[in-house]
Design a protein around this ligand. Sequence first.
Ligand SMILES: C[S@@+](CC[C@H](N)C(=O)[O-])C[C@H]1O[C@@H](n2cnc3c(N)ncnc32)[C@H](O)[C@@H]1O
Length: 257
Amino acid sequence: MSSAVMTTDQIRTRVRELGDWFHNMDLGGVQTAPDHYLGDYPGVKWRRFANAIPYDLSGRTVLDIGCNAGFYSIEMKRRGADRVVGVDSDERYLEQARFAAGIAGVEIEFQKMSVYDVPNLRERFDVVLFMGVLYHLRYPLLALDLLFEHVTRDLVVFQSMLRGNHETRRFAEDYEFDEMEHFDDPAYPRLYFVEHRYCGDETNWWIPNRACAAAMLRSSGFDVIGHPEEEVFICQRRNATPEHMKREGERPAWLKR
Ligand SMILES: C[S@@+](CC[C@H](N)C(=O)[O-])C[C@H]1O[C@@H](n2cnc3c(N)ncnc32)[C@H](O)[C@@H]1O
């Protein structure tokens, strides 16, 4: 049955059939995750940084990596984006996303794909959303480098869970071998390694502090041009390729075109 003509009861049944939802959305009067542990998520977060994203996205393309049930993909389409592609490594979430977009009456291309495979898209997007995915990755810098090298034309909207110190301080670009104090400074960029699981979730691998998130983005070729919300960084792709990508030994085959 076309999702556009479903009754509220039918929507409720389908929402239940589609399993547990991480995105709480209002689909024709049915809440998909009313008991979310983060409240009305991600609506509550979106409202805190929505103003930092161009209100009119007409003429632009958007790639939503780790799109989950499509909350942000749908919002981008509502802002008039010409084309929105949502990818996620979990087919269960993509099924939810297809259903949600159908109820919302927007056309979005959803496909199963890991962030590590985005070069296969063979396309650059004006806006890339990379939200809530970094800390789920065993190879986080590889993912950011791939975003730079293969799919970003202009903006990246980045979000990560952050832990540890939230201060940002300037550190020197280099230190002598016997200078060690900065390593004990809690504001120094730190990436916490999760060997087993965090919050019962074994897909949490690396959690940055705020300075580290910003430093990783810069290192992968993105200037942080906005920080509208604690965990959200609006970034612009630099034209210049980061130095490390030019050093042959640090440029493995899978990073190349
Ligand atoms: C915490 S949720 C964030 C969802 C959404 N982006 C948001 O900000 O609300 C993480 C999402 O990333 C997806 N994910 C995890 N590892 C991934 C990978 N390697 N490639 C693509 N998506 C991945 C998960 O399936 C999940 O949908």
